[in-house]
Design a protein around this ligand. Sequence first.
Ligand code: PGA
Length: 257
Amino acid sequence: MNSKSSANKSLVLANWKMNLSASQSVNLAKAIAKSLSRLPGVEVGLCPTFPALAAVGQVVKGKSIALGAQDVFWKAAGPYTGEVSAAVLRELGVKYVIVGHSERRQYLKETDIMIQQKILATLEQGLTPVLCVGETFAERQAGQKDMVIMRQVTAALKGATLAPKLELVIAYEPVWVIGSGQAVELSEAVHTAQVIRQALMDIFSPAMIEKQVRIIYGGSVDPTNVAAFVKQSPLRGVLVGGASLEAKKFIDLVRQL
Ligand code: PGA
């Protein structure tokens, strides 16, 4: 379950995607947990592939590192072959659930409605959704970036309520920047975080946004650029793909904060 205080902390979430085997995930989690035991002001979360969740959960259990999942299904239980419910994720000790990552929107054809259903299911189990939003290069070139972001945030959070202990993370991830090795300019990430905040104003109260919602940045974050994205309000953390796959690099990244 969410601890009341975690929304005060900066968040560094490692998205391992489908890059590691189950045993590699466990070894990486062990190396990270060993080096990053005490982290005042920063919360680290590890998001392994589904089959490695239980084992990585055992590694981080009792440590100040959170467990995250890369996806969830919107139904609680039933005949949905291949899917995983938020209840099962919770049972495994998951706290963060990535929802609507651009790779799933692209390859699995996830729609705004599917993403909205996943957000509701995640919150219902007391878990923290990490809603990913971001424009494609074509949308950016067409001058539609802010509109796309506002549409994605508004659609995904339709009907969502944040009871006092619940939290929400929104990750701004420009699709064209993911895995490119070149993050966006800080000013652009800050501007987009303000657009997200503006969209949230129509959904939640300012006090809820302040206490229960964190906006983070993702897209080619590495040890050299991480500090700026975490320390520049309203950004409160990062979602890290490539740079989270090697223990030394990821530990170095977290130590910049
Ligand atoms: P990247 O991935 O850090 O490799 O760009 C980020 C993400 O897709 O979450």
